[in-house]
Design a protein around this ligand. Structure first.
Ligand code: SF4
Length: 451
């Protein structure tokens, strides 16, 4: 039974110190109760309280970490059925499959694409997260050699070890226990032995069923044996079955807190079709409907990139716009004669504008005003990008010490603000910039400070 905010508050130290980044203990307790904050974010609660609150307020789908250090990758932790109810917490991981049946060159190609297909968008590095290494022919030595090869070839890859032989799993897990791999998989035939390997290595265990009922039997055994970090696979190998099973598992966990299905799922589009386009489409559907990890047969930029964009869209918090920090950003090494531009802190605006300035090669100062993530016109209409606020920000940021000239470039859409801004910033000339960021390079190349 989940604890209420008031019950949680009674167990907090009530210092109201704000170190949890929330101003009061009451507000923090409410956030913990609603699953928006973790009890561990308060540095003053005892381990005992942490354990009892943590268990009671844990999300219905467990958060499982695969990997370690900077590359650690979290899945699960979900608390709702629909993104608009709150948000989806941890993005679906994308894995590429390599197997002992593949030629060396095929393995090398996949590892290479895993490392090279990376895209930066709005400050986020988008990429595949895991390499799934499969024992296709039951040859322990071959599997272990393949694991070794992948570990060396992709030092930042998170690893899924796929074998149903517990002795082989144990040996492979020892090779990469520092990377905290997912051990996949326990079936009803080997579950006891696989639980032993998972306990010895401390790694998460993947449980696989021939159908959802069979999976429940396997995952119940893992839970009974005290394993907490589990990933589940219902064995579905058609789009329809995977789609239905994912929905059943999510509903059972969220609506009834049904423990055996309260874990992130793994889905194998790579085993559902030989057509790469169809595989990407299956991956896209199951990503939208709750899959924790998708395993693909290969990575190709034209199919991976749309999946990564879908991932970015689905897992962006709809209640919190992506923002960049309010600051004065120097681009292309500006000096005291460089142009000064101002815009809002909505991430997309920042990355588009800064990208165009960078591309122009014109050294510039870009002032980013905190507008709580609103875009320029919306922020202006909401009173968060007014002339008075921009003037205050410029003074606080010491812009007058950075440049000799007194000319500020504002976005073309805010031309009507020119007069107000000149009143707020005596001695400054306000220049109206282009409406479209794409026209900035030409504009900046022509720009000269007023004599
Ligand atoms: S850090 Fe702890 S004590 Fe401080 S406000 Fe947050 S919950 Fe209260």
């Amino acid at each position: 039974m989940a604890l209420t905010g008031i019950q949680i508050l009674k167990m907090l130290p009530k210092k109201n110190c704000g170190e949890c980044q929330i101003p009061t203990c009451l507000a923090f307790a409410m956030k913990v109760a609603s699953g928006q904050a973790e009890i561990g974010e308060c540095p003053y609660v005892s381990d005992e309280v942490k354990a009892s609150i943590g268990e009671a307020s844990a999300p219905p789908i467990r958060t499982v970490t695969i990997g370690s250090g900077d590359n650690a990758f979290k899945i699960g932790g979900e608390t709702c059925l629909y993104r608009h109810e709150k948000r989806f917490e941890n993005p679906t991981g994308i894995a590429v499959l390599v197997t002992t049946a593949m030629a060396d060159a095929d393995v090398d190609g996949r590892v290479e694409r895993f490392k090279s297909l990376r895209y930066e968008r709005v400050g986020v590095m988008m990429k595949a997260d895991l390499i799934a290494i499969k024992d296709s022919d039951g040859d322990k030595a071959k599997f272990v050699a393949l694991v070794q090869k992948v570990l060396e070839g992709a030092p930042d890859a998170n690893i899924i070890l796929m074998t149903e032989d517990a002795a082989t799993m144990s040996e492979a897990a020892k090779l990469c226990s520092d990377r905290n791999p997912l051990l996949f998989g326990a079936t009803d035939a080997n579950v006891a032995d696989m639980i032993g390997v998972a306990k010895d290595s401390g790694c998460p265990l993947g449980c696989k069923g021939s159908n959802i009922d069979n999976l429940i039997e396997v995952s119940e055994k893992a839970v009974e044996e005290g394993l907490k970090d589990v990933i589940i696979d219902t064995g579905a190998r058609t789009l329809r079955d995977a789609f239905e099973d994912n929905i059943v598992a999510r509903r059972a966990s969220i609506k009834t807190k049904y423990k055996p299905l309260g874990f992130p799922t793994i889905t194998f589009p790579c085993e559902m079709t030989d057509d790469p386009m169809m595989e990407a489409m299956i991956a896209s559907v199951v990503m939208a409907k709750y899959t924790g990890i998708i395993v693909l047969s290969d990575l190709q930029g034209d199919l991976l990139f749309p999946l990564l964009l879908e991932q970015l869209n689905i897992f962006t918090d709809p209640q919190r716009p992506m923002v960049v920090q309010e600051d004065v950003y120097s681009i292309n090494g500006p000096d005291e004669n460089s142009p000064v531009l101002v815009t809002c802190n909505f991430s997309l605006t920042y990355f588009i504008v800064s990208g165009e300035i960078e591309g122009s090669n014109v050294p510039s100062w870009l002032l980013i005003k905190d507008t709580e993530g609103l875009s320029v016109l919306t922020a202006w209409a909401a009173g968060k990008f007014g002339a008075d606020l921009i003037a205050q920000f410029m003074k606080k940021a010491g812009v007058e010490e950075k440049v000799k000239h007194r000319e500020l470039i504002i976005p073309g859409y805010l031309a009507s603000m020119k007069g107000e801004l000149e009143e707020e910033l005596p001695g400054w000339t306000i220049t109206i910039g282009p409406r479209e960021a794409g026209h900035l390079p030409a504009f900046l190349k022509e720009w000269k400070p007023a004599a």
